[in-house]
Design a protein around this ligand. Structure first.
Ligand SMILES: [Zn+2]
Length: 504
């Protein structure tokens, strides 16, 4: 079984050959596949972009580890250090602004939202990654990165502002965007008047930003150059190198990170660590749309995952929905497509009941993770063998999950006419696929009554307060209380006579 993935760096689908098996790799000997995914700044509630990022990272990790059977080290970061608007070097500091709004320090704000993010992803059946570091706990590594670049004369100082990377010294700067990016940029710089804000080149970026103005800001740190903020891109370079080494296999993130964050992450890492390429495969997932338009504040069409859940959808419906869209296609969120995903999952669960075998389940639960190359050896049914081969071919073709879901559904269409042996083996195949990759609970509810849930008194108190806030038309408070209830693992929905609480 061979995995092909689209590499943004080369702009084509490539056979995945990990560095440890690559004859061209000359670095220190590796025995693992290193995977890094750029995760969010923890200063507000998760939005759909965050959910898609985490879902895609989970998909890639699960395919490498559970399906391909590689020994992997996977990591994602929590950005809990300074962040200006977007990925640029100017503007207002987002974390500090949000912290002031909530009457807490930036550190406490980061802790609060990291917990909410972790809970949210847990409900989406996204297991923890091997390493989930915080930027604030890796300040020494970031200082070290900048020192390396200074020692190699890649930097310059703008007094009263910061230490900047001189991108004119990097021949292939911007290669993630397109091959002759620098030539294109030189054209722009020569032909137009551009305000460089004291920078030497339009693409130069901050590695350190000095303390400016009166008073101390929450996220500033001491460094050999005085009080400073690390640059936006420093943490990903420093932390991934610490845990995955200077050269590793896959770096993942959203398309929006390509022009600035990932471009600069590559530039500073390749110069500091002298590795080319820094990462062998660069994978990016596409934006989330709402009714065909990019979800954004300026379009006024942002829907939060919490709002979606409020409409009686389940976390697992959202997860299922993600599987039905290829990660490199726009994920178009509409009410009707969400409904379709919900019904498709319900139908699939009903079909699964026809092949469910509790005895086989008990045996399989003992050894649930078994790479597909190994466990398919036991399949004797041609029907099941063909279905499995087709599903894996789809997955190996740049993680074509919509195609995989279509084949999975098809494989159950003629279940009524199947021989017992076919049914049993189909169950074995689909059960493993569910447990190792899908995790949309296709089997877990079968044969079980949904028991009445005892609601903790703390949650009832919050729900009563929320009801009162709604009566008082204080919708900000009522939203806050709802989020609090969600963060405690319960869903609240309004009814004629008050509210109803269910378990998430
Ligand atoms: Zn990053």
């Amino acid at each position: 079984m061979q995995l092909h993935i689209y590499n943004t760096l080369t702009r084509q689908k490539e056979l995945f050959v990990p560095l440890m098996d690559d004859p061209k790799y000359t670095g220190p000997k590796k025995d693992f596949v290193g995977f890094y995914s750029c995760w969010p700044t923890v200063y507000s509630m998760p939005h759909f972009g965050n959910v898609r990022a985490s879902f895609t990272a989970d998909l890639i990790r699960n395919v490498l580890k559970n399906i391909m059977g590689y020994k992997t080290i996977s990591m994602t970061n929590f950005t809990d250090v300074w962040h200006l608007r977007g990925d640029s070097d100017d503007g207002e500091e987002k974390m500090e602004k949000a912290a002031k709004k909530e009457w807490m320090t930036a550190r406490d704000l980061a802790k609060k939202y990291e917990k909410i993010f972790r809970d949210f992803f847990k409900w989406l059946q996204i297991d923890d990654f091997d390493i989930m570091p915080r930027a604030t706990e890796h300040i020494a590594e970031q200082i070290d990165l900048v020192k390396k670049l200074e020692a190699k004369w890649y930097t310059y100082i703008i007094p009263g502002d910061g230490v900047y990377m001189d991108t004119s010294k990097i021949d292939d700067y911007g290669k993630l965007l397109w091959p002759n990016y620098k030539k294109h940029l030189e054209g722009i710089q020569a032909g137009e008047r551009i305000d460089l804000w004291w920078k030497k080149n339009i693409t130069d970026f901050a590695l350190w930003k000095f303390h400016v103005g009166e008073g101390k800001r929450d996220m500033e740190r001491e460094s050999p150059r005085g009080v400073w903020f690390p640059g936006r891109h420093a943490e990903c370079s420093a932390m991934s190198s610490k845990y995955l080494w200077n050269q590793f296999d896959i770096h993942h993130g959203g398309y929006d990170l390509i022009p600035i964050h990932h471009t600069n992450e590559i530039a500073q890492s390749e110069c500091a660590f002298d590795v080319h390429p820094r990462v062998k495969y660069r994978m990016h997932h596409q934006f989330v749309n709402m009714n065909g338009k990019k979800m954004s504040k300026s379009e006024g069409n942002i829907v939060s995952p919490y709002e979606v859940l409020e409409k009686w959808y389940d976390y697992l419906d959202i997860r299922y929905f993600f599987f039905t869209t290829h990660y490199r296609s726009f994920f178009d969120f509409t009410r009707s497509s969400m409904n379709a995903a919900k019904h498709a999952r319900e139908n699939l669960i009903k079909k699964m009941q026809k092949i469910f075998d509790p005895h086989v389940k008990v045996i399989m639960d003992r050894d649930i993770i078994l790479p597909y190359e190994k466990f398919k050896e036991g399949i004797t049914s041609k029907y099941v063998w063909d279905a499995l081969e087709d599903m894996m071919a789809a997955l190996m073709d740049d993680l074509n999950t919509p195609q995989l879901m279509a084949i999975l559904n098809q494989s159950l269409n003629s279940v009524d006419k199947m021989e017992e042996v076919d049914k049993k083996e189909l169950f074995v195949v689909l059960y493993r696929l569910e447990k190792n990759l899908l995790k949309v609970w296709l089997f877990d509810w079968i044969g079980q009554e949904i028991k009445e849930i005892k609601i903790p008194s703390k949650i009832i108190q919050l729900a009563d307060k929320r009801l009162q806030a709604k009566k008082d038309k204080d919708f900000t408070l009522s939203d806050e209380l709802r989020n609090k209830i969600i963060s405690l693992g319960r869903e609240i929905n309004d009814t004629k006579n008050g509210y109803e609480i269910t378990k998430i």
